[in-house]
Design a protein around this ligand. Structure first.
Ligand code: FAD
Length: 470
């Protein structure tokens, strides 16, 4: 016999999209239920994504600085790594944030139901509790927001069941540091985890199908990253894994492709080859909601599915699978349900790889500007000409790039590779949102010496007010 509850709005999934949507719904006076199968709120991002990875990247940075600062007249002794303490540092941060979400939900009287949810029809969801065995709840709703997210993609040729074959969640556990680690995939998640484990002491091969890491990112930006990391990683471009065979002494991997090396044996393999949406696992076949064969849900610019009182947001609707995108979509969906006339039509969605150096992009890439047939011009400022970058010893691996529409002088995109690029990107995001042109940026007084003045400099180069660099 199932309990029954009714709500104005049910939000399925408590990741960044789901909790943001639920909190906004409650703030707008709607009676809101949030369903999540895990005991903590926060979804992938807080529990096994954005936050734990950044905690470990911070640890990696500390190790990195201890190792490399010798030439500035200071010498540290070799860092000693206590892995359980590293893991505890990471978990402590995650707990602080997920506990915070729980109290924020309480404060707003958002009712959290812990369990696995499945749609029964367009008006009802069935929940199999994960906190109380055998307990079931039927939740009926006037409106629903699906925010069930995504998970690491699995491939049929990979023996995922072997404990030495990791996904990002396994890698974030930092239970051990494999001597030899193969990272499959040169995207953000693969490179971030490679950065962590390289600093912790692993020897790392990164196998990449295409000719560069970070597919879709402009070559000039990626080049700076790759050059800075040539010694840290063995990048195997234009290469694929042919077969992965678990053996007693390690994971035996054969490669194929233009530059394929001899077979190698690894202590662990991290599979970071994309994420799959959870759209095929939540009973949508019992509803009128349209899902494609991969599991992505189709929505309009108000995040409405084919069933107008059911919305979907975040990773499950595709586009850049990023937490801040999910959050903004969540707010729009909630406001639409509350009757506001709002739309999700962002001018830019920033993307950041928190690697060393960081790679940060916003708005159009040069590749996209070209494809769109825009008469564009690129203006770049190399950090080798920045006093602050030189002082901080980050000058050799930094570049700030702005892309302008030549017909209007308007900023259409930007990218920064370098130390703290993710933090520096904010100005470019705001400039894009505000439709700034080159003069707006060039005439803004940037503090000196800073890394962000490189944005002003790049605009001045476009304006022609700076003609030579030191
Ligand atoms: P999710 O966070 O995936 O949450 C969905 C929730 O729904 C989950 O908690 C899940 O348990 C729950 N759920 C699913 N199905 C059901 C069901 N049937 N019943 C009940 N509950 C269910 N993004 C960034 O912007 N910045 C980063 O630095 C960053 N780093 C990342 C690092 C890693 C290692 C990974 C894996 C991802 C990273 N991401 C990052 C991506 C980011 O985590 C996602 O884009 C974000 O979490 C998506 O939010 P969401 O709300 O759509 O879904």
């Amino acid at each position: 016999d199932a309990n029954e509850i009714k709500a104005d709005v049910v939000v399925l999934g408590a990741g960044p999209g789901g909790y943001s949507a639920a909190f906004r719904c409650a703030d707008l006076g709607l009676d809101t239920v949030l369903i999540e199968r895990h005991p903590t709120l926060g979804g992938v991002c807080l529990n096994v994504g954005c936050i734990p990875s950044k905690a470990l990247l911070h640890v990696a940075k500390v190790i990195d600085e201890a190792k490399h600062i010798e030439h500035a007249g200071i010498k540290f002794s070799k860092p000693e790594i206590d892995l359980p303490s590293v893991a505890a540092y990471k978990s402590g941060i995650v707990k602080k944030l997920t506990d915070g979400l729980t109290s924020m939900a309480k404060m707003r009287k958002v009712k959290v139901v812990q369990g696995n949810a499945k749609f029964i029809d367009d008006k009802n969801i069935f929940v199999e509790h994960t906190d109380v065995e055998g307990k079931q709840t039927k939740v009926s709703f006037d409106s629903c927001i699906i925010a069930a997210g995504s998970q690491s993609s699995k491939m049929s040729f990979i023996p995922h069941e072997d404990p030495r074959i990791w996904d990002s969640t396994n890698a974030l556990e930092v239970k051990e540091v494999p001597k030899k680690l193969l990272v499959m995939g040169g995207g953000i998640i693969g490179l971030e985890m490679a950065t962590v484990y390289q600093r912790l002491g692993s020897q790392i091969d990164v196998v990449i199908r295409g000719p560069q890491v970070m597919t879709g990112t402009d070559k000039d930006i990626v080049k700076v990253y790759t050059k800075a990391n040539e010694k840290n990683f063995n990048f195997m471009f234009k290469t694929q894994t042919q077969s992965i065979i678990p053996k007693k002494e390690g994971i035996y991997v054969e490669f194929k492709g233009e530059n394929a090396p001899e077979p190698q044996t690894y202590d662990a393999v991290l599979v970071a080859m994309g994420r799959t949406p959870n759209g095929l696992k939540i009973g949508l076949e019992n509803t009128g909601v349209e899902v494609d064969e991969k599991g992505f849900i189709k929505v309009d610019n108000q995040l409405k599915t084919k069933v107008p009182h059911i919305h979907a947001i975040g990773d499950i609707i595709g586009g850049p699978m990023l937490a801040h995108k999910a959050v903004h979509e969540g707010h729009v969906a909630a406001e639409v349900i509350a009757g506001h006339k709002v739309f999700f039509e962002p001018k830019q969605i920033p993307g950041i790889a928190y690697t060393f150096p960081e790679i940060a992009t916003a708005g159009m890439s040069e590749i996209e500007a070209k494809e769109a047939g825009i008469n564009y011009e690129v203006s770049s400022f190399p950090w080798s000409a920045s006093g602050r970058a030189l002082a901080a010893d980050v000058a050799s691996s930094g570049l700030t790039k702005l892309i302008f529409d030549k017909d209007t002088d308007q900023l259409i995109g930007g990218a920064i590779v370098g130390d703290n690029a993710g933090e520096l990107l904010g100005e470019i995001s705001l400039a894009l949102e505000m439709d700034c042109d080159a003069e707006d940026i060039a005439l803004t007084i940037h503090a000196h010496p800073t890394l962000h003045e490189s944005v002003g400099m790049a605009a001045e180069i476009f304006e022609g007010t700076i003609t030579d660099l030191p």
